[in-house]
Design a protein around this ligand. Structure first.
Ligand SMILES: Nc1nc2c(ncn2[C@@H]2O[C@H](COP(=O)(O)OP(=O)(O)O)[C@@H](O)[C@H]2O)c(=O)[nH]1
Ligand SMILES: [Mg+2]
Length: 199
């Protein structure tokens, strides 16, 4: 099974993308491996709406993280199974909480085991920073040559984001960018096409 890893900083929309993309691909029941607050993993079944309410957080690093969703992609007469993996947000520096440091280390491990990496950045954060954050730049430097790598420029639905998209296109190779709105399922056709080309 092909692993598709979703990475990026906290709050960029990784979980929103995972749930809404699965829903876009026709998954009605999301069977999720979810890490419980006590630390162990358990399988839970959710409808997309329910999953969204439970797992999308306004505050970063919600402890109950999705681990993975299995999805069938229609390929000709056959279906191809993929594993969509939502990861803990990566941040610059060393996080003060042990639990989050461990989760970040797991994400780094996953990075080198996944054929496809969807690196999500939040366009609306560009107002303040004008350049990629260090961790985003490092991910980009590491994986830009890899065929299964794309940068998903998220939150295109918010005001003024077209301008930030242009800024982003000046910073990194535009061929590697897909502009999306994880919330409104914008750009999902392109993401699906990219996956079909690479699995
Ligand atoms: N406007 C807008 N908000 C979004 C979008 N995607 C995510 N968000 C919001 O960003 C916040 C963080 O989303 P979440 O999926 O939990 O981010 P994660 O920490 O990367 O998993 C939530 O308040 C979401 O509703 C988007 O495409 N557009
Ligand atoms: Mg999340």
């Amino acid at each position: 099974m092909v692993s598709v890893l979703i990475v990026g900083q906290p709050n960029v929309g990784k979980t929103s993308f995972a749930i809404n993309f699965a829903s876009y691909l026709g998954v009605e029941k999301l069977k999720l491996l979810v890490r419980q607050p006590a630390g162990f993993l358990a399988t839970r079944t959710y409808q997309p709406k329910e999953a969204y309410k439970k797992l999308v957080a306004v505050e970063p690093h919600k402890t109950t993280e999705i681990q993975s969703i299995q999805i069938k992609l229609p390929m000709g007469k056959k279906d191809k199974k993929i594993r969509l993996i939502d990861s803990c947000g990566l941040v610059d520096g060393i996080h003060s909480k042990q639990k989050i440091r461990t989760a970040m280390a797991q994400t780094l491990d996953q990075l080198f085991q996944s054929q496809i990496i969807l690196h999500i950045v939040d366009l609306s954060q560009f107002d303040f920073f004008m350049q990629l954050k260090k961790i985003d730049q490092e991910l980009y430097n590491l994986f830009q040559q890899q065929p299964g790598y794309k940068v998903l420029a998220n939150k295109l639905d918010l005001d003024g984001q077209e301008r930030n998209l242009i800024k982003l296109k000046n910073l990194i190779d535009q061929k590697l960018i897909i502009a999306i709105s994880a919330l409104y399922q914008q750009g999902f056709t392109d993401v699906k096409a990219f996956l079909l080309e690479n699995i």
